[in-house]
Design a protein around this ligand. Sequence first.
Ligand SMILES: [Zn+2]
Length: 399
Amino acid sequence: MTPVRSAVAGVRLKRTVCLVIVATLAVGSAAPAADPPPKAQRLDAAKVRIVLFCPNGVRPPVDYQSGLDRLADYTDAFILSGLKRWGHEPGVKSLFVRVDENGRPTDDGTGSVEVLGVIGEHGVDRYTKPDTHKEAVASAMRHFDLPAKGDLWWVLVYHGDPPTRFSDFRGGNSPQFGGWSIANYDSRLPRLRKTMPICAGLGDEMALKGMVHELGHAFGLPHIGPKAAPRRRHDNTLMGPNNFNYKRVAGRAVQNGHLSEASAAMLAVHPVVRGVPLSEWNLPTVKVADLALRPTATGNGFALAGTVRAVGAKPINAVLGDHPDSLPGEYWAKHYVAPVGDDGRFELPVTEAAESDGELRLWFTFPGGETTGNGRWRGANGAVKIPYRYADGRWTKAE
Ligand SMILES: [Zn+2]
């Protein structure tokens, strides 16, 4: 059976540990015990690598391959169709390493997702914090002989069936490799279907948005809140607040979630989405000038205009986060995207401005996948910060 072969590929571990998992899998399958496990795929292009991490003494659910296939299918559909909705054509059919029934990699989005099974050296109590990802990723790289290239690592920790769970979800960039994220493996994942809403029902019970949200951080995405337009109300962003906080602030439960325009602009240039190796990630030298706040033509909010010059790369889009002081939290910061002209000029309309002082955070996307505003740090961490004041119906730059 395909899932089992692929799953067995994921447990080339220390001999004793490996035997435990193979024996567990064999209960639900007819896989011959003598079948040599295929190796983890070595690919040039950067990919999202899934690690199923079980503390010592915890057996993975027999149907975990099905659960992770459903999760990968769901995530591909959510992110890749979200990109297309904003006019970006992804260079890949899947973000993940997928293999056919013979364990060979596919590049058409079909096949089972490759699962790298890792057993922790310690019991459950030692793996309740996000730094669990360090052992999980290092162990997977070592056991599967994978180089520290620009892959993104999605570590799913299995502590047991609900309500037992790993609850400290987190994600971020990594200086050693592309990025990392960690979340809970929920044994209800085999019931996930692509048509299910990410924020409601089973998705809510499994914290599905949280799982994909953390992967978003591995891609370098910051928190990006929902806008009123053009979406329907109560449609949250992937990088927005979690379901609990959405309800607390918005006054009612959220149903759906979507990929925001700013997330799409950043993901569109990422090597994993373009299907290319992660290059050096040397950030370009960026110089921003002539920044000015202007009234918009429609009278809604204001616009930030300016010019940008970069050495070694031409900026594609300007991305702007609006952080008014009245914001209920950074998860709610609305973001705006505008193209950078050949002359370096850009104009970003902030159409849903709040009537308060605040700070704008500005950065740019580049064809090689870099995102920065100051050339020193990536993404929103490398933003140019522009404080502003609000008085008498006008927003002005604070000097
Ligand atoms: Zn987050």
